[in-house]
Design a protein around this ligand. Sequence first.
Ligand SMILES: CC(C)(COP(=O)(O)OP(=O)(O)OC[C@H]1O[C@@H](n2cnc3c(N)ncnc32)[C@H](O)[C@@H]1OP(=O)(O)O)[C@@H](O)C(=O)NCCC(=O)NCCS
Length: 186
Amino acid sequence: MITKTFGEPGRPGKKLIIESLGPKELKYAKEYTDFINSLIAENAKILMNRKQTVKEETEFVKGAIKKTKEKKKIYLIAKDGKKVVANTSFEVMAYKQNHIARFGIAIRNGYRGMGLGNYMMTEVMKLAKTRLKPTPKLFRLEVLENNKPAIALYKKMGFKIVAKLPKHIQDKGKLVAEYVMIKDVK
Ligand SMILES: CC(C)(COP(=O)(O)OP(=O)(O)OC[C@H]1O[C@@H](n2cnc3c(N)ncnc32)[C@H](O)[C@@H]1OP(=O)(O)O)[C@@H](O)C(=O)NCCC(=O)NCCS
């Protein structure tokens, strides 16, 4: 667990705790539900579009804890006090694709643009290389074609667009293409 301050120079920053997901987080299922539902409420460019119940989110967190124990997943969270403000993960894919780890990230509105995405992605990539089993040879992610901040971040981190899947995501009444991006693990 580390505590780090994020923000623009000259302005009071936000002191956040960043840690790996563990069993004690089950106590905070309500805060996790609140986080995912805040993203759904603002129609963020993530796949999910239906608010989650605390029960559903508890099951999700339990599953993530189990996969973490099995070294199939790395899951980092950022908190502002008890409030969950970001998550990021890599998960090992199945069977003949288990050399690939799939990435995801979401930062809560109000906590973006202050370097948190950059920091969390850098950290989770380091952990994915050392902790996941089997050790990944390739990182993969999917992103909406019109998610400019995310694509800029991923390119900065060395990911390249390798495929465009037309009409793959419903976004504000339109069918938007999805990009597949990959990065070799060195
Ligand atoms: C995309 C997201 C993860 C970026 O995280 P963040 O904490 O806002 O990003 P940071 O402040 O660390 O900035 C990192 C880089 O992202 C890019 N970026 C961030 N905000 C941006 C913006 N408004 N416009 C363009 N690029 C932007 C830049 O490349 C930036 O690097 P720079 O500061 O050197 O220019 C965050 O906006 C988010 O979670 N959005 C909602 C959910 C989502 O879209 N998740 C991704 C689904 S694939």
